[in-house]
Ligand binder design. Structure first.
Ligand SMILES: Cc1cc2nc3c(=O)[nH]c(=O)nc-3n(C[C@H](O)[C@H](O)[C@H](O)COP(=O)(O)OP(=O)(O)OC[C@H]3O[C@@H](n4cnc5c(N)ncnc54)[C@H](O)[C@@H]3O)c2cc1C
Length: 443
């Protein structure tokens, strides 16, 4: 019975694939685009994904797209590479189960891969639960977020991937692998760059719902730099930013408060600081705040935390060196610093070292050219100095120009990752140009 329905589903998809006109796909702010031979967002069950992949011999490339919220080309199919398929899992969303975890109060929540973090936050809130940490937005899908090691800030808090305790993954032949039976699925799959197969479900830790006070204030940049280590030591969720060519730093602090503290709406526009809200509303911006932006592109580099101040000072010096090339009308610039705890995930930028994350953001109206000379000048400057002086590695999902030679010395388990990948996908259908270059798989 199951195989008849698989066959039927596959036949429908093949018919759709043959009849569909090629449509370009673009990411959230239209900076990355590709034209897959086939695009589908109809998947509602794991069995349907299995059926699709069992019939995947006709595809030269299969990429899964989450929310399309990466700034790098990690998600793209490669135009001109034969028959390419892009699968969107937006219809495969929701919580599968909630079970007791092995730590006090911690639950293990199994979530369908396409679930957007914003939806997961509200589903968890309704159950009196919350994720431990989040990045700056919750627009991503859970599988997309972990695939690039998405993180927030917190001196002893890891990335979202580091809170993952279980995975179900479908390989290129349509075989389902569950980390409960195959530990390597969890070891390598928590940060998979989308190249191990289609993640079907993610089991992630959740804690009892909590509230936080969010404070945001400005102070002189020199004062922030003088007191940097004290801020980091005294506040578990510290981050800060500065606008190039100003002498001001903006600090964001989040501190837990008792659950009965009244909410003052951190998503008000604008909020009155300090504000108090359920944790996720203090961690991420409301989606409207991002939607209203005309352009937003970003690069981000991970360095050992002990090098934070030297690297920040080097980049401030670099900014002075290129000041005469700054064109205010093209980009509003932000230099943002966060902190993430070490983990043991082979392709995690936090692999075995506590990290400072230096990101550079261009907000503006430069007509969707993320490689504009303005952004690229700063982004490549930050990439070069973190790489050459501080063993920096880039965020997999943000703009970067890294090669295998640049990053292989840091990712000591990359060969093991590649060997595992080859078992799951001998034909390499989940690879694309971006991942081949960085995994050393170009020939
Ligand atoms: C406004 C904005 C703010 C951001 N803030 C942060 C931040 O604070 N911290 C941070 O670390 N990053 C941040 N990012 C980057 C973002 O979190 C990552 O790029 C993330 O991977 C995007 O998730 P997505 O669901 O959009 O995935 P996509 O970009 O669509 O895909 C990313 C990768 O995941 C793979 N993938 C997706 N679903 C599956 C699946 N089911 N199975 C296998 N592979 C899959 C894709 O193939 C691709 O390789 C931000 C991005 C934006 C646009």
């Amino acid at each position: 019975m199951a195989s008849t329905s698989h066959l039927f589903f596959t036949l429908i998809l093949i018919t759709l694939a043959c009849s569909a006109e090629l449509q370009p796909w673009t990411d959230w702010d239209k900076l990355q685009s590709c034209t897959p031979s086939f695009y589908s967002n109809v998947f509602t069950r794991e069995e349907e994904l299995v059926a699709f992949l069992k019939g995947s011999s006709s595809w030269d490339q299969v990429k899964v797209v989450g929310a399309g919220h990466s700034f790098s080309s990690i998600t793209l199919t490669d135009d001109g590479e034969g028959q390419t398929a892009m699968l969107n899992l937006d219809s495969y969303s929701g919580i599968v189960s909630v079970e007791e975890g092995d730590q006090d109060g911690v639950k293990h929540v199994e979530v369908k891969a396409g679930t957007r973090l914003r939806d997961l936050n509200t589903l968890l809130e309704a159950r009196g639960l919350a994720l431990i940490n989040l990045g700056a937005t919750a627009a991503q899908s859970i599988a997309g977020a972990i695939s690039t090691s998405t993180h927030g800030t917190g001196s002893s808090l890891g990335s979202i991937s580091s809170d993952v305790v279980g995975l179900r993954l479908i390989d290129a032949m349509g075989v389902v692998h569950d980390s409960r039976q195959e530990p390597n699925v969890l070891i390598y799959g928590r940060v998979s760059l989308g190249v191990l197969g289609v993640i079907s479900t993610v089991t992630i830790k959740a804690v009892p719902l909590f509230k936080m006070k969010l404070s945001k204030f400005d102070l002189p940049l020199t004062e922030l730099l003088e007191n940097h280590d004290a801020y980091l030591a005294n506040y578990s969720r510290f981050q800060w930013s500065t606008v190039p060519y100003t002498s001001t730093a903006t600090v964001l602090l989040r501190e837990p408060v008792p659950l009965d503290t009244p909410i003052t709406d951190c998503w008000a526009d604008p909020p009155t600081y300090p504000c108090v809200d359920v944790s996720y509303k203090t961690l991420v911006d409301s989606l409207e705040r991002y939607d209203n932006r005309t352009l937003y592109t970003e690069c981000e580099h991970f360095i050992g935390r002990e090098n934070t101040l030297p690297a920040v000072n080097d980049f401030l010096d670099f900014q002075e060196d290129v000041k005469d090339q700054h064109n205010e009308s093209k980009c509003d610039l932000f230099f943002n610093i966060r902190y993430v705890a070490a983990d043991d995930i082979p392709l995690s930028p936090m692999y075995q070292r506590d990290i400072a994350v230096l990101s550079f953001i261009c907000l503006g109206t430069i007509d969707h050219t993320g490689d504009s000379s303005e952004f690229k000048m700063y982004a490549s400057g930050l990439e070069n100095l973190t790489k050459l002086n501080y063993d920096g590695v880039p965020h997999w999902g943000k703009q970067n120009w890294a090669t295998y030679e640049d990053i292989a010395p840091f990712y000591q388990e990359m060969d093991d990752f590649n060997a595992f990948r080859e078992k799951l996908d001998p034909r390499g259908i989940f690879l694309n140009d971006y991942t081949r270059v960085r995994l050393g798989l170009t020939t």
